[in-house]
Design a protein around this ligand. Structure first.
Ligand SMILES: *[C@@H]1O[C@H](CO)[C@@H](O)[C@H](O)[C@H]1NC(C)=O
Ligand SMILES: *[C@@H]1O[C@H](CO)[C@@H](O)[C@H](O)[C@H]1NC(C)=O
Ligand SMILES: *[C@@H]1O[C@H](CO)[C@@H](O)[C@H](O)[C@H]1NC(C)=O
Ligand SMILES: *[C@@H]1O[C@H](CO)[C@@H](O)[C@H](O)[C@H]1NC(C)=O
Ligand SMILES: *[C@@H]1O[C@H](CO)[C@@H](O)[C@H](O)[C@H]1NC(C)=O
Ligand SMILES: *[C@@H]1O[C@H](CO)[C@@H](O)[C@H](O)[C@H]1NC(C)=O
Ligand SMILES: *[C@@H]1O[C@H](CO)[C@@H](O)[C@H](O)[C@H]1NC(C)=O
Ligand SMILES: *[C@@H]1O[C@H](CO)[C@@H](O)[C@H](O)[C@H]1NC(C)=O
Ligand SMILES: *[C@@H]1O[C@H](CO)[C@@H](O)[C@H](O)[C@H]1NC(C)=O
Ligand SMILES: *[C@@H]1O[C@H](CO)[C@@H](O)[C@H](O)[C@H]1NC(C)=O
Ligand SMILES: *[C@@H]1O[C@H](CO)[C@@H](O)[C@H](O)[C@H]1NC(C)=O
Ligand SMILES: *[C@@H]1O[C@H](CO)[C@@H](O)[C@H](O)[C@H]1NC(C)=O
Length: 763
């Protein structure tokens, strides 16, 4: 029955199957999505490059010495010190691998850093900062002896405006997300830590993401082209940079569970993307023994799931081939060798709070980087008459629950022991928000709140500050106050989707302050989209900053912007609508109480700005928008196709390597533009390149260049586009294809502030 698990080539043992009791299955089951079977599972062979070849040959040698029980042992999890611990083989000195959350800093430990969340990093549009972010994260994981970092995130991508985990990922745009996924993966792995791009794939909502009393998990039903051009697209960059692990997802994809979906694992991942590493299940995402093994899963977490002894039995009776279990073990060990974790990898240094221990401090100079990314990802969306930067104000008033840390931030000591529900993110409703909640949350060693950092500046200036963090209708500002800063936030977490993109308390607070203060500056810390139309046009609201999820240096990052030490340069990584209804069917997650809930991605490629462009809906602030303290002029668009780039398809005789066909990554077009800083202070501009590919969305981001420009000076922004960036996924030929015809090119300051345009033809 295809709606349970797709047919495996070898009959599954009944005892190994996690399929439902057939008599409980309702007879009327909608069958929109249908995931095609792809078997057998490709055997990893390390042909991507010499390093992988060598890692594979060493792994094969080790696997040859292993018994069947030993091979099965390293494919499963055990309870231990870490969030995940793979089975060890003491006889062969193979250690357990330690797995840990989160994508924005190690969760549940001391002396670690709370980095900005993925969505904040994306808002920087800065490749260098993305790489340095990954590298600093990796260094902390390595310092604690953690082998596998469970990030970065491109699933969810951000299809659903109110999605609970969108902030863990980078952006609703697959190109921007892809650049981040590649850079962060490279950064992490350059420290010798395995990176785990997740969640593979189509994990776009929290509601019914897992099976429950209501029935099975939701099925994301998505067509082949959309899978390629939107959802798998950013993962490709991470694989291209060598990601040695990926995590399969909880929900179903086209009615087959993510961790036993042969199309996604054997097909897309291990064939098309030539993945050499191993696939680990999300925690508890195992739904079958034989079916998951044959569909391409390589490791189950956090325990044995349906494997363990059952897997050895399945190999013994032929339900799972010896080649498959050898491939699982080889992929795991090859990844371990590939990251050189067999040489001098630090001992596991994670602890529960009940054990007194010598702290292992891994923060190094990361606070400086965190502060820099915090500023670089802060987006200025309103700034009337140069309200910002502030000019050494002597008297400021500060309002709102989000300005300061909570008075009792550490309510439950178990948070230090890796507690899930009790980490920082879950408890910020009344305090400043530096990240979101759930397993993607982090555990700051300290927090510099906005109030703390503003107080420091006021103190240095022998000024005065007044505050009210509690009231929805604060005392009127003191008459001498030069500006009233109002801090609000919009929280989101794993496990539930948001129910609103705004909230009445915060909106009332802002309007009450504005009613009494002609210079009201609003700062929003938000885990994604936050609508602002209730008050955005208020004449007394003179400046508005989207300060994202900036991590532990929050206040310092913000003050650098407020006081003009750093000019804002962040750009929105999503679209802010005028009203929530403008997101249409993509506002909420799919809410179905059916036993087999179906979520049809009928919009195809049209999410976020692609949908607003298609439907001619004017957003409040469009994707890519962000102001700064100076102005820029764009000129001299130059478009240079590379002569050999016009073959319709990549050469089929060239072997696939990890990341996909190598020619997909070859440059086929360069574009340049001349950008001049026409104001009077140094600032960075994120020049953005959008392409109108024939028979594709109106325009899609396919390049960006963040350029720092002194006043009166010009810089050439340049964009190099790869074959993939100009191709569509041809569902008939099952290949990426360059379109014949005229492509439109725009370069500008946002997805709607398009300053230059031109065309080129592929023919
Ligand atoms: C299947 O479900 C039916 C109805 O709930 C129950 O009577 C039967 O025992 C179940 N069979 C198995 C094998 O669990
Ligand atoms: C290695 O695996 C890839 C992907 O499965 C395949 O295309 C290639 O032919 C294999 N190479 C060898 C030498 O087996
Ligand atoms: C399997 O892994 C566990 C946990 O690391 C370890 O204690 C056990 O010795 C391993 N079994 C074998 C057969 O090596
Ligand atoms: C093996 O299968 C049985 C059901 O036959 C199940 O109860 C058990 O949890 C499975 N897993 C392991 C690790 O033995
Ligand atoms: C901005 O400044 C101009 C010129 O001083 C003034 O006319 C205008 O009213 C100001 N706008 C606001 C919203 O304060
Ligand atoms: C602050 O926390 C209290 C309970 O501690 C809660 O009732 C209230 O709604 C919270 N306020 C905001 C603005 O979230
Ligand atoms: C702006 O603030 C001033 C000073 O408090 C107040 O008189 C005025 O009514 C406010 N404007 C609006 C539109 O609320
Ligand atoms: C503050 O604004 C409120 C309206 O929200 C108004 O009733 C009150 O008079 C204002 N106070 C001052 C001092 O302007
Ligand atoms: C195109 O030219 C570049 C640079 O000379 C070369 O590296 C690449 O292999 C060529 N690509 C194709 C598809 O021929
Ligand atoms: C860029 O534009 C500026 C202003 O129009 C001009 O002065 C400068 O020569 C241009 N630079 C280049 C490299 O074209
Ligand atoms: C610099 O720019 C600011 C903001 O645009 C403006 O207020 C100021 O007058 C300018 N100064 C000079 C010297 O041009
Ligand atoms: C650029 O845009 C303008 C206005 O939208 C349009 O008239 C013109 O044809 C475009 N130029 C090119 C080369 O596409």
């Amino acid at each position: 029955m295809r709606f349970i698990i797709e047919a495996a080539p070898i009959a599954a043992l009944a005892s190994l199957c996690a399929g439902q009791n057939s008599s409980t299955i309702p007879s009327e089951v909608p069958l929109y999505g249908d995931s095609p079977p792809v078997y057998p599972s490709p055997v990893g062979n390390g042909t991507s490059n010499e390093a992988w070849a060598s890692s594979y040959s060493r792994a094969r040698a080790l696997v040859r010495q292993m018994t069947l029980e030993e091979k099965a042992n390293i494919t499963r999890g055990y309870t231990g010190k870490c969030v995940g611990n793979s089975g060890a083989i003491p006889r062969l000195d193979i250690p357990p691998l330690c797995f840990a959350d989160a994508p924005d800093g190690i969760r549940g430990q001391e002396f670690v850093s709370a980095f900005p969340a993925g969505i904040h990093v994306a808002a920087t549009f800065d490749r260098d900062l993305m790489y340095r972010y990954g590298h600093a994260l990796g260094a902390e994981y390595r310092g604690k002896g953690i082998n596998v970092a469970l990030g970065p995130v491109a699933g969810p991508l951000g299809r659903v405006a109110r999605g609970g985990r969108n902030w863990e990922g980078l952006s609703a745009d697959p190109y921007l997300a892809g650049i981040g996924m590649g850079a962060i993966t490279k950064g992490i792995q350059d420290t010798g830590v395995i990176s785990t791009p997740k969640h593979w794939l189509l994990n776009e909502q929290e509601f019914r993401r897992r099976e429950s009393d209501l029935g099975d998990a939701v099925s994301s039903n998505v067509d082949d082209r959309t899978i390629h051009e939107l959802y798998a697209f950013p993962f490709a960059n991470a694989f291209r940079e060598g990601a040695a692990c990926t995590m399969c997802s909880y929900q179903k994809a086209n009615n087959s569970y993510g961790c036993q979906n042969s199309k996604l694992l054997n097909g897309l991942l291990k064939t098309e993307f030539g993945f050499e590493g191993f696939v680990v299940s999300d925690w508890g995402a195992h739904h079958s023994g034989v079916a998951s093994a044959n569909a391409g899963l390589d490791m189950v977490m956090p325990d044995g799931g349906y494997w363990g002894k059952n897997l050895t039995e399945a190999v013994n009776n032929g339900s799972v081939s010896t080649e498959r279990i050898d491939d699982m073990a080889t992929r795991i060990l090859a990844s371990w060798y590939q990251l050189k974790q067999d040489e001098n990898f630090p001992a596991v240094g994670v602890y529960s709070n009940t054990v007194k221990h010598q702290p292992i401090e891994v923060q190094d100079d990361h606070p400086e980087l965190i502060r820099e990314i915090g500023s670089a990802g802060t987006v200025l969306v309103k700034n009337v008459n140069n309200t910002l930067p502030l000019h050494n104000p002597k008297f400021l008033s500060v309002y709102g629950y989000d300005a300061t840390v909570k008075s009792t931030p550490w309510q439950n000591p178990s948070r230090f022991g890796g507690g899930y529900e009790v980490n920082f993110g879950w408890n910020t409703l009344n305090g400043t928000m530096i990240t979101g909640g759930g397993s993607g949350s982090n555990t700051p060693s300290y927090v510099i709140s906005p109030f703390h950092a503003i107080s420091d500046r006021i103190a240095k200036n022998r000024g005065t500050i007044r505050w009210d963090f509690e009231s929805e209708n604060p005392y009127p500002p003191y008459v001498n106050s030069e500006a009233c800063l109002v801090f609000v936030n919009a929280y989101a977490s794993e496990s539930f989707d948001r129910t609103t993109l705004t909230d009445e308390f915060s909106d009332n607070l802002i309007q009450n302050v504005a009613a009494n203060c002609t210079n009201t500056i609003v700062v929003i810390h938000s885990a994604g989209i936050r609508t602002v139309d209730t008050w955005i046009s208020h004449p007394n609201i003179t400046a508005v900053l989207f300060a994202g999820l900036p991590g532990q240096e929050s206040g310092n990052s913000l003050v650098d912007i407020l006081y003009g030490d750093v000019a804002p340069s962040g750009k929105l990584p999503y679209t802010i609508a005028k009203q929530e209804g403008d997101y249409g069917a993509l506002l909420n997650s799919s809410v179905s109480f059916d036993y087999f809930p179906q979520d049809d991605f009928e919009e195809g490629l049209y999410i976020d700005y692609r949908a607003f462009d298609k439907n001619n809906i004017e957003p409040r602030f469009e994707f890519g928008f962000g102001l700064t303290y100076t102005t820029f002029e764009y000129a001299d668009l130059s478009i240079s196709p590379i002569a050999n780039g016009t073959a319709e398809y990549p050469n089929p005789d060239v072997a696939i390597v990890q990341g996909g066909h190598p020619q997909l990554w070859e440059a086929v077009l360069t574009v340049t533009a001349n950008i001049t800083n026409t104001g009077n202070l140094t600032a960075a501009e994120v020049a953005q390149l959008y392409v109108g590919i024939p028979d594709a969305p109106v325009r899609q981001l396919r390049g960006f260049d963040k350029v720092y420009i002194d006043p009166g000076k010009s810089v050439t922004a340049s964009f190099t586009l790869a074959r993939r960036d100009l191709s569509v996924w041809d569902v008939v030929s099952q290949q990426w294809r360059l379109q014949r015809g005229s492509y439109e090119v725009w370069v500008g300051a946002s997805s709607r502030d398009l300053r230059l345009n031109g065309t080129f033809t592929v023919g």
